[in-house]
Design a protein around this ligand. Structure first.
Ligand code: BMA
Length: 898
């Protein structure tokens, strides 16, 4: 064995150990630079690694505008039809060459590429979710080396795969709808499925090295430490921490011996194992350490609002027999148990479907996550990820579903989810498609799933693995014309999600549940052969529900379900966001631009019809005049619809109908964030600005909520919803107002116990009678509305106030524009926070404050104003003075638009 002290000075990012050397080939290593060129050499520009072709061409000025500007998704599509070659030179010193094994490791290649080192073909890539390792000892040379990664256009590659497959039978769908302005056959590639377009996003089928590239060298009896996994199981009074250590060496290395050590930052004894490891497959070595930790030494990890998110450092070190440390990794881990409970529902049909953490049933509140940018290299921007995840937490969310058409997110994403207490439902990256099952595809998927499960394994936030998005439903309901070959496609479905992915997940991770699809009936789908008769059954599993025709403000139009994992309505982002990528004449509903940004077939007409059900869109003289109101109305409609649905699902927690429906334990609306500036279902705009829906979410997801509703029989019902784990004594105040007065016509208070982790009905009675008794006349539904507050024993608000409008907002009596002014803006207690006092002369509805030039959030927005003065806070993201803020705020309320 050769033991050299490696000193590869400027070349090496890290070269700590005598037995290994690491040479980064990212752009940060400056011995040479990356360049990228197209096939005929007409374009050659500097490149950045990690990065991607669109970013490089933009930086070089080949693309002269922001890629999201106007129609650039189409104008710049040529980029994705080219075959690009990324290349660089690098210098390798003698000491490095002397090592026994040398590997070139690509942590993320997007997507179909051939890799050449010194003009020798060293391997191919075809899965952007896989880390590739190529042995290059025989190819790498002292002095200058040349690395080339030759990408094939992913559009062409997908088409070719499709054609090849279609010789036996086509894998459907043959393309996305025209309205997506997208590309076809992405299902044949292991690439972010939404990169070929989606119903909320553009096609930018990128190419590039989107994660780091590293050259590793090491001696023959050691290996690269690739992954460390950790999961804790509670057995009686002891946590059994299972630590997996995964190493990689050359295929010809028959054994490695060493000492494997794990240290937890608690005063428990470190575990050390001396072992000789044999490969479990050529070049792959692993071992497992077990640590026992008495239960009382550990503080539990809890989801947001149910406790703290205590994390502990776990360090793992790998040494050779001479105690040289040649690999080490540190993880932050948490101690919690997780169960997906699918048990018979008491005195009803079907099974429950909910998460239990630390033995506590959790009502999952949250949303669905899509990639924060269409370019993978931009999707992990720390500021944006932090902004989006902390906005989720601010809205009382405790779960996000990382949806299967995007990406396995960055390490930072999951780390923040751990810290913020946001449970992650992790789909595997398959969505809205059938998929090939040839052996290369399945092999690649196996590798992808193995690597991703190992990478995400130690995160306490990750609680569910799910095979795919909507593919069980797609097959059952013949979305893509597969029904004539149902058995064939069903067999493929089972081959992929049940026979390939599931065993890998279960072997790698015995602590978390795997469900095959979403929506699914869970165990019941499995019993029915994986494609249930009705994957949308309200008696089992989760449900996705979309209905753009029924009155979305009427709770009686939503299905009872065990778990609502998707439901949503579209809106447009703010004028500010749209203006950033358009010219003024684009900003009308009738423009080619607005049509272009609407990918959901019929979306803009649907949106108009939804709005017209509830709000009075008057005849504007010009489309320019209508546009801001349309956006405002679309956001009101979205906020009110999702509020209605979410409160319905939350009230369903303690409901069990005579036919066994109810016991709802999840409400994840579609969708949290945006990929660009366009029509979508999101509550956060591209960049993180809150739409009205996100402000509403902060209210409707609050741990304690007073929730009024009207039954189909016209009864007013008032429910108290609590996610708290202990009972609380409360005082409920119901007020009735006329639209024309800031003084209530009626007010009544009553004491109630807010029962822990449940929903209590505290009132039920005819609404019309209630209003009449309150002093509202015959047409009460037009002239009056109800307002609800819930106070704790000491008189503090314990729940956000809530409201109920008994009649249509299009036909209100005495509903006139209020004059709302800003009385003062004063600095708040913390830097860049401000207290804004506003004044009104009348009741005002959906009061919307806009500080369009100053990024930040208000403490409330889109609210019902029933007092003469009202205070809201503003949390600015930039330094700003009170005067600047005051000068920038505009205020609008519903009656202004009538
Ligand atoms: C569901 C999701 C997404 C889609 C959304 C809105 O189908 O899984 O595929 O964007 O609805 O249509």
């Amino acid at each position: 064995m050769i033991r050299t002290i490696t000193l590869i000075a400027a070349l090496l990012c890290t070269s700590i150990y005598s037995e290994t050397a690491i040479h980064s080939l990212d752009s940060s290593s400056t011995d040479s630079a990356w360049t990228v060129r197209n096939a005929n050499g007409s374009i050659e520009v500097p490149a950045v690694v990690p990065g991607g072709i669109y970013t490089d061409l933009r930086a070089a000025g080949v693309l002269t505008q922001d890629i999201y500007y106007r129609f650039n998704d189409i104008n710049y599509r040529w980029v994705s039809r080219e075959n690009w070659t990324y290349s660089r030179n690098f210098i390798v010193e003698e000491e490095f060459i002397q090592m026994d094994q040398i590997f070139l490791v690509f942590h993320g290649v997007d997507t179909v590429a051939s890799v050449y080192l010194n003009d020798k073909h060293i391997g191919n890539t075809d899965n952007m979710f896989v880390r590739y390792s190529f042995p290059v000892k025989s190819v790498v040379q002292r002095g200058e080396n040349r690395l080339e990664v030759r990408f094939e256009s992913s559009i062409t590659a997908a088409e070719q795969q499709y054609q090849k497959q279609a010789l036996t039978y086509p894998v459907l769908p043959t393309c996305v709808p025209d309205e997506y302005r997208g590309e076809c056959h992405v299902n044949h590639l292991r690439k972010m499925q939404a990169s070929f377009s989606w119903d909320w996003g553009p096609a930018f089928p990128s190419a590039g090295l989107w994660k780091k590239v590293v050259l590793y060298a090491f001696v023959s009896d050691v290996a690269i430490l690739q992954e460390v996994t950790a999961s804790a199981k509670l057995i009686d009074n002891t946590w059994l921490l299972q630590i997996g250590i995964f190493l990689e060496a050359g295929k010809d290395i028959l054994q490695i011996s060493g000492k494997f050590e794990a240290i937890l930052e608690l005063d428990v004894i470190p575990v050390t194992e001396e072992a000789v490891l044999l490969p479990n497959e050529p070049g792959q070595f692993n071992t497992t350490l077990y640590m026992q930790i008495p239960k009382d030494k550990v503080e539990l990890w809890w989801p947001n609002e149910l406790g703290s998110q205590k994390l502990y450092n776990l360090s793992v070190r790998v040494k050779d027999n001479n105690d040289y440390i040649y690999g080490q990794m540190s993880l932050k881990i948490g101690f919690r148990t997780i169960e997906l409970v699918q048990e018979p529902v008491e005195s009803g049909e079907g099974l429950t479907f909910y998460i239990k953490i630390n033995n506590v049933p959790i009502f999952s509140k949250g949303s669905n996550w899509i990639p924060s940018h269409v370019l993978p290299e931009k999707s992990a921007d720390p500021d944006i990820i932090y902004t989006l995840l902390s906005s989720a937490k601010a809205a009382h969310m405790n779960m996000l579903r990382v949806w299967g058409g995007g990406m396995y997110e960055s390490d930072l994403f999951y780390q923040l989810a751990d810290e913020l207490g946001i449970l992650i439902w992790q789909d595997f990256m398959f969505a809205c498609s059938l998929y090939p099952t040839n052996s290369e595809f399945l092999q690649s998927v196996k590798k992808e799933v193995t690597q991703q499960v190992r990478r995400l394994h130690h995160h306490p936030s990750v609680v569910i693995w799910a095979g795919n998005n909507e593919n069980e439903a797609a097959l059952r309901d013949n979305w893509y014309g597969s029904s004539s070959r149902f058995d064939l496609y069903k067999a493929d479905y089972i081959k992929l999600y049940v026979d390939t992915i599931r065993p890998v997940v279960l072997a790698e991770d015995s602590t978390r549940p795997y469900i095959v699809s979403s929506p699914t009936n869970g165990i019941e789908s499995e019993r029915e052969g994986y494609i249930a008769e009705n994957p949308y059954s309200s008696l089992y599993g989760d449900v996705h529900y979309y209905n753009y025709i029924a009155d979305a403000w009427n709770p009686n139009n939503y299905p009872n379900t065990r778990f609502a994992s998707e439901y949503g309505f579209q809106s447009f982002p703010s004028l500010k966001s749209l203006s950033e990528v358009s010219i003024p004449s684009d900003l009308i509903m009738q423009s080619a631009f607005i049509d272009h940004r609407q990918h959901h077939p019929g979306g803009n007409s649907e949106l108009r019809l939804e709005i017209l059900q509830h709000l009075q869109l008057r005849n504007y003289e010009t489309p320019e005049e209508e546009f801001p109101t349309f956006i405002y109305f679309a956001q009101i409609n979205q906020a009110m619809s999702i509020k209605t649905a979410t409160e319905f699902y939350r009230r369903g927690r303690s409901l069990l109908t005579s036919d066994g429906q109810g016991v709802t334990m999840g409400a994840l609306y579609w969708q949290l964030n945006d990929i660009w500036q366009g029509a979508s279902w999101s509550s956060l705009e591209f960049g993180g600005k809150w739409k009205m829906l996100h402000y509403f979410a902060r209210n409707f997801f609050a741990p304690a909520l007073v929730s009024p509703s009207v039954t189909t029989d016209g009864d007013l019902q008032i429910h108290l919803i609590s996610d708290y784990l202990e009972d609380k004594e409360t005082m409920l105040r119901v007020s009735v107002y006329r639209w024309n007065s800031l003084d209530p016509v009626h007010q009544r208070s009553s004491a109630h116990t807010l029962h822990n982790a449940s929903v209590t009905k505290v009132f039920s009675g005819n609404l019309q009678t209630y209003l009449n008794n309150a002093g509202c006349e015959q047409n009460a539904v037009k002239s009056c509305f109800l307002h609800f507050s819930l106070f704790s024993e000491n008189g503090d608000n314990i729940s956000p106030d809530n409201f109920l409008f008994p009649g249509s907002l299009k036909e209100l009596t005495d509903f006139e524009a209020a004059t709302i002014t800003i009385k003062s803006v004063t600095p708040g207690r913390e830097a860049n926070t401000f207290e804004i006092t506003i004044e009104t002369n009348r009741v005002a509805l959906f009061v919307w404050l806009e500080a369009s030039d100053i990024p930040g959030e208000f403490s409330d927005n889109g609210f019902l104003l029933i007092t003469q003065t009202w205070k809201v806070e503003f949390n600015a993201k930039e330094e700003v003075t009170s005067e600047q803020l005051k000068g920038n705020i505009t205020i609008i309320s519903l009656a202004d638009t009538y």
